[in-house]
Design a protein around this ligand. Structure first.
Ligand code: G6P
Ligand code: MG
Length: 216
């Protein structure tokens, strides 16, 4: 029922902007330096996954001391943060800013729900921090997606019940988190990745909020 929707929770990487390429380049640099196997295919598995969990996926069972893991994830993050310095408003995907402004004007509550610990930095560079009523990021909760915790935290900050929220996600783990939170899920990307969502759009530019409000 459309009139039940009161807020929207946006994943950041892959929904509002595309930082996946910067994550890829940073992991690739680390992998080359440390002689770890990595390529674009492996990078696809890191979508929506936390920093340390991403390293575990790259290591693929290889045992490494905790201290080493910490140094590697810190180094990857410093490469990533260097790339972030180059991000500007132009990196907002398609017409996402106009879409956000329209939703805000129509009275909907807006949140970011990102696994990234760099989310606030990215939003600042995109110059859209103030559009959102709350920002839930990689610092907000202990249990990462696919656990529902991050989205429940965001909904709570918005003062909304889970069923009043729509989540927009490009990662399988994010869609699972939204469903686990009993929220309405909109997937962005191929069916093979986000097909479990209630509604799927291939690209950010295709997202139709009138349709979402009508169908979900
Ligand atoms: C997002 C990205 C992931 C990334 C994660 C953590 O969810 O999709 O690829 O690993 O954030 O990002 P961080 O900036 O904290 O390293
Ligand atoms: Mg994402």
């Amino acid at each position: 029922m459309a009139d039940e929707i009161k807020g929207f929770i946006f994943d950041l990487d892959g929904v509002i902007t595309d930082t996946a390429e910067y994550h890829y380049k940073s992991w690739q640099k680390l992998a080359d330096e440390e002689d770890l196997f990595f390529n674009r295919e492996v990078n696809e598995q890191l979508r929506g996954v936390s920093r340390m969990e991403s390293l575990e996926i790259i290591l693929d069972g290889k045992e490494v001391p905790e201290e080493q893991k910490k140094e590697w994830t810190d180094r990857k993050n410093s490469y990533y943060q260097d790339y972030l310095e180059e991000i500007t408003k132009d990196d907002i995907l398609d017409d996402m800013e106009e879409k956000l402004m329209k939703l805000k004007k129509d009275g909907y509550k807006l949140a970011v729900g990102s696994s990234s610990r760099n989310a606030k930095k990215v939003l600042k560079h995109l110059q859209i921090t103030d559009i959102f009523d709350t920002i839930a990021d990689g610092h907000s909760v202990e249990n990462a997606k696919p656990a529902p915790d991050l989205f429940l935290y965001a909904a709570n900050n918005l003062g909304l019940k889970p069923e009043e929220c729509v989540v927009l996600e490009d990662a399988e783990s994010g869609v699972e988190a939204a469903l686990a939170a009993k929220m309405k899920a909109v997937g962005v990307g191929p069916e093979s990745r986000v097909g479990k969502a209630h509604l799927v759009y291939a690209n950010v530019g295709d997202i139709d909020f009138d349709e979402i409000l009508k169908k979900l």
